[in-house]
Design a protein. Structure first.
Lengths: 393, 81
């Protein structure tokens, strides 16, 4: 199988997404089983043409399956990890249909990171930049803030060498690693990234949680100066924003860019139930949104840790929204009564994926991370938002 | 009637199904094949394959633990007439 599969070059996830985003008329042949196909699909910024035929159909009836495929379209074959799709590429070739294998399948899609530079204007100052690193398959967003030759990484995914390579490419080195909270949907790259860079790491787990990772504590309101050189500095202000978790922290970069974690997204708010204390954490979230974020300028650019769908990616490729716009668009922000807000949160809840408990334990440092297990835990999109009501555009 | 075990622990898809199909193809009606797999995706894959297969029926699926605590998915198949 692998002998013949190597004759046709595969297509990398990055190339596939770039072409699909640009409207290239590819046909995605998804050969995973029904359950996997129903729970998580490849998405691009434009609608994708997808045909779903599980790979075992090709084993039983190759001719008939091949006959269902068009001959005048470029076909890419996708499965969970790239093995079954490679086999289908071979079966198709024998039937005279050309196709390419998506290298690494949905696992590679779920790990793929795409950096996008956030547009700044003259009033933001010169000599620094923020990159939003979009983990497209999971809808996870991490950030690299660079000033001069210093960089801070926020909410790093597990692929720490990607961040090291990226920061080197910016001509900087990592001087601090931050997490906005103890993530539940993905294994944090923060602790290993900090260790490898010999940089301090910070996350606030909140009272009552045992955190075994070494952290350099930061206080609410503290300002971290980045850049060293006065002509290229930016301050990152630490803001305690409890609710999604009791230790949730947001970071205000410069005067108006808020790395908001799972406190506030571009269409909803973070779910406050993952610790099993929905009323208590929901109450904290209500006060965070109204009082702490309420005190910020409407021009604040909210940079969340997640998004739910590709429609949230703007024309410039960035997932971000002005706080003033969010106050009108996110229904939860309009609820003025604490009890009504908590009730709305409680109604919105869905059962979180089973793996979330194991991911939280790993991110607290209570259990070791085995790469294969972590890959299994991380399958699928994040489910970190409380979807109470549809947001308005 | 024969009862056979196929150990595909450690392999990823499509190997468990491809190897099980190879065995089933040469078995006789009523013969039973017990497949031991560690790929969690194999649970849905065997269900889906059994629905399309002309020769295999899925009689039972269960999860066991091996000596290292790793989950082993056991798929019990019967060869159709």
């Amino acid at each position: 199988m692998s002998k013949t599969a190597s004759e046709t070059p595969g297509i990398e996830v990055g190339e596939l997404l770039a072409r699909a985003d640009a409207g290239d008329p590819l046909l995605v042949l998804d050969v995973r089983n029904d359950d996997e196909f129903e729970s998580w699909r490849l998405e691009a910024r434009r609608p994708l043409d997808t045909l779903h035929v599980p790979y075992f159909h090709f084993l039983e009836n190759a001719e008939e399956c091949a006959g269902r495929l068009p001959r005048d379209r470029e076909i890419v074959v996708l499965c969970a990890q790239g093995g079954s799709s490679a086999m289908v590429v071979d079966v198709l070739r024998e039937a005279g249909v050309a196709a390419r294998n998506v290298a690494g399948g949905m696992v590679a899609y779920g790990a793929f990171l795409q950096p996008v530079r956030i547009p700044l204007d003259a009033a933001d100052g010169a000599g620094w930049e923020i990159w939003q690193v979009n983990r497209r398959g999971k809808g996870c967003l991490s950030y690299v803030v660079r000033a001069g030759r210093e960089a801070v990484v926020v909410d790093a995914s597990r692929d720490v060498s990607w961040y090291e390579h990226f920061v080197r490419g910016l001509g900087a080195s990592i001087v601090r690693v931050l997490d906005t909270h103890v993530h539940a949907d993905h294994v944090s790259g923060g602790p290993p990234l900090a260790a490898r860079a010999s940089a301090p790491y910070f996350v606030d787990a909140g009272a009552g949680f045992e955190l075994r990772h070494a952290v350099r504590a930061l206080a609410d309101g503290e300002a971290l100066k980045l850049g060293g050189d006065p002509s290229a500095t930016v301050a990152i202000r630490v803001m305690a924003t409890p609710g999604h978790t009791p230790g949730s922290t947001s970071y205000l970069v410069g005067r108006r860019h808020l790395i908001s974690g799972d406190t506030l997204f571009t269409t909803s708010v973070g779910r406050p139930d993952l610790g099993g204390h929905v009323r208590e954490w929901g109450t904290a979230l209500f006060h965070t949104l109204r009082e702490r974020l309420g005190a910020l300028s409407p021009d604040t650019v909210v940079l969340p840790a997640h998004y739910a769908g590709h429609a949230e990616i703007g024309q410039d490729g960035v997932v971000a929204r002005r706080l003033g716009d969010l106050r009108r668009a996110v229904p939860e922000l309009e609820i003025a009564d604490e009890g009504a807000f908590v009730d709305a949160m409680q109604r919105a809840l869905t059962t979180p994926p089973a793996a979330y408990d194991e991911i939280i334990r790993a991110n607290l440092g209570l259990a070791p991370v085995e790469p294969d297990r972590a890959t299994e835990w991380e399958l699928g999109k994040n489910q970190c938002a409380a979807a109470t009501m549809p947001a308005r555009a | 009637m024969e009862r056979k075990q196929l150990d595909v622990r450690g392999t990823k898809c499509p190997v468990p199904i491809v190897r099980a199909k190879k065995e089933i193809d040469v078995m006789r009606a009523g013969d039973v094949l017990e497949v031991l797999a560690t790929d969690p995706g194999s649970v849905s894959d065997f269900q889906g394959w059994a629905k399309t297969s002309k020769l295999a029926t899925l009689k039972e699926q269960r999860t066991e633990k091996d000596e290292t605590g790793r989950a082993v998915y056991v798929h019990v198949l019967e060869r159709k007439p």
